[in-house]
Write a protein that binds this ligand. Structure first.
Ligand SMILES: [Fe+2]
Length: 162
């Protein structure tokens, strides 16, 4: 998933074209990771069983709804930077920081995996905030920073439910 400067729309922004290309590429990875986490969160939402069913079913519902909104936000930021969004589920899986499958059996193991995944995605975004700051792309830095906060909170809530 490489974005060349030639693929970008001409814009009158103070963010350099080369930086827009790099940022769009990294946002594409953040999008891929968020998409995979969205899918995994739904997998847990659907397959959870046991005495904690209702709590975890509801917790994961709130989390996948938030992820869905964030996926749209990240994709549209890529467009606002003048690039095209990545297309294809296989592209998302290849570019995600986390694996696409969650072992759906033991509830504790499922929650542990989701909780760890949220932190992995947050850590990936933290790296990308540095790129955004260096490029003076303040909006992307803000967007990713906000996502890190939400993901770290999700990770805590999942691990607190174990
Ligand atoms: Fe549901």
């Amino acid at each position: 998933m490489t974005i060349q400067t030639g693929d970008l729309r001409e814009m009158k922004t103070d963010i350099k074209k080369v930086d827009r290309a790099e940022m769009a590429e990294k946002l594409g990875k953040a999008l891929a990771s968020s998409y995979v986490l969205y899918h995994k969160t739904q997998s847990v939402h659907w397959n959870v069983t046991g005495p904690q069913f209702l709590g975890i079913h509801k917790l994961t519902e709130g989390q996948y709804e938030d992820l869905a909104a964030s996926i749209d936000e990240i994709a549209e930021r890529i467009r606002a930077l003048g690039a095209k969004t990545p297309v294809g589920l296989s592209t998302y899986i290849e570019n995600s920081a986390i694996e696409d499958k969650v072992e759906c059996g033991d509830v504790k193991a499922m929650l542990k995996q989701l909780s760890g995944d949220a932190i992995t995605v947050a850590n990936q975004m933290r790296e990308f905030v540095k790129t955004a700051e260096e490029a003076d792309d303040v909006f992307t830095a803000d967007l990713l920073t906000a996502r890190i906060g939400v993901l770290e909170e999700s990770s805590w809530m999942l691990s607190a439910s174990i």
